[in-house]
Write a protein that binds this ligand. Structure first.
Ligand code: DOR
Ligand code: ZN
Length: 344
């Protein structure tokens, strides 16, 4: 197979940032995706419907002419989010989910939730109105090893939340472990997961053996190869519960190549193509469309996109750098050769 035609895919987890960054990130998203779930960890975070709407307007100013790509907005949950805000978010028609960040877990998460047990009224409102909860599923307790943060979160929290709010739709975002895959598989139809290209293509050896590769540092952190394989199996299975969410998260090169580097991998220079490599390698190109273009739309309860995209088997080299907000960043798999290329 040398040409792949897919229903236009969507990205169910994306960081566009704000201000000057939008001139890079919005056209990159619109390049091949129909819609993108836009994460709200901007500065200040988008915690209210009004802030989400203002952010939406700023984003749309950068949409290329002729494109009908759409940003699907998300509210950032804090200790102070009210059930009323959830109802307004649902009524707005603009907000497609609410993001749970444990306070301090990752980039711009300082205003996140400090105590999950205080979120009952908010989760109940989300369950009632049918608002998706997007979960950054990691604990931040100091005594928990960073490589165990996701598995411990499942044991201590996620199982209980799923039990107590059985009708709440939860996307376990950017899963990174075998335990995450198993949990999602064993759960009801209301629990699904996004999987990033970096967690499919790499494991912690790629990041740490022979020297530290800061551009592979993201959160949740890359795990051992057993977990990478479990994620590949889940993604290429075609199962409805797993779908594309790049977590493309731009950071300027100098903020990653430093003594205390930021977490995040930028993949929107070649997002679809990077995933295509994984499916090709696994002999599962026939299941790529389910993962990229159908499963997420089904979970969020929206129609599939009506147009198609074409990928061709045609080797090309990824750039070493991408211009970004007056400086540059080093994208995922910089300088590597990919076999699949997005044509139109
Ligand atoms: O690696 C990450 N980067 N993980 C996140 O959860 C946030 C993201 C970012 O915003 O940079
Ligand atoms: Zn993210």
């Amino acid at each position: 197979m040398d040409e792949l035609i897919l229903i236009q895919p969507d990205d169910w987890h994306l960081h566009l940032r704000d201000g000057d960054a939008l001139a890079t990130t919005v056209p990159a998203a619109a390049r091949c995706f129909g819609r993108s779930i836009v994460m709200p960890n901007v500065v200040p975070p988008a915690t209210t419907v009004e802030q989400a709407r203002d952010y939406y307007e700023r984003i749309l100013k950068h949409r290329p002419a002729g494109s009908d790509w759409l940003p699907l907005m998300v509210l950032y949950l804090t200790d102070n989010t009210s059930p009323e805000e959830i109802r307004q978010a649902k009524a707005s028609g603009l907000v497609f989910g609410c993001k749970y960040y444990p306070a301090g877990a990752t980039t711009n998460s300082d205003s996140g939730v400090t105590d999950l047990s205080r979120m009952d009224a908010v989760f109940a409102a989300m369950e009632e109105v049918g608002m998706v909860l997007q979960m950054h599923g990691e604990v931040t307790d100091e005594d928990i090893d960073i490589f165990d943060r996701e598995a411990v979160f499942i044991e201590r929290h996620l199982g209980h939340i799923a039990e107590r709010f059985p009708n709440l739709k939860i996307v376990f975002e950017h899963i990174t472990t075998e335990q995450g895959v198993n949990f999602v598989r064993a759960s009801s139809q209301n629990i699904a997961a996004t999987i990033t290209p970096q967690h499919l293509l790499y494991n912690r050896n790629d990041m740490l053996v022979g020297g530290i590769r800061p551009h592979l540092f993201c959160l949740p952190i890359l795990k051992r190869s057993r977990h990478q394989q479990a994620l590949i199996d889940a993604a290429v299975s075609g199962e409805q519960k797993f779908f594309l969410g790049t977590d493309s998260a731009p950071h300027a090169q100098d903020t990653k190549e430093t003594a205390c580097g930021c977490a995040g991998c930028y993949s929107h220079h070649a997002a679809l193509e990077l995933y295509a490599e994984v499916f090709d390698e696994a002999g599962a190109l026939d299941r790529f469309e389910a993962f990229a273009s159908k499963n997420g739309a089904d979970f969020y309860g929206v129609e599939y996109n009506t147009n198609t995209v074409t990928l061709r088997r045609e080797p090309w080299s990824l750039p070493d750098q991408v211009a970004f907000a007056g400086t540059q960043m080093v994208p995922l798999a910089a300088g590597e050769v990919l076999n699949w290329r997005f044509i139109a």
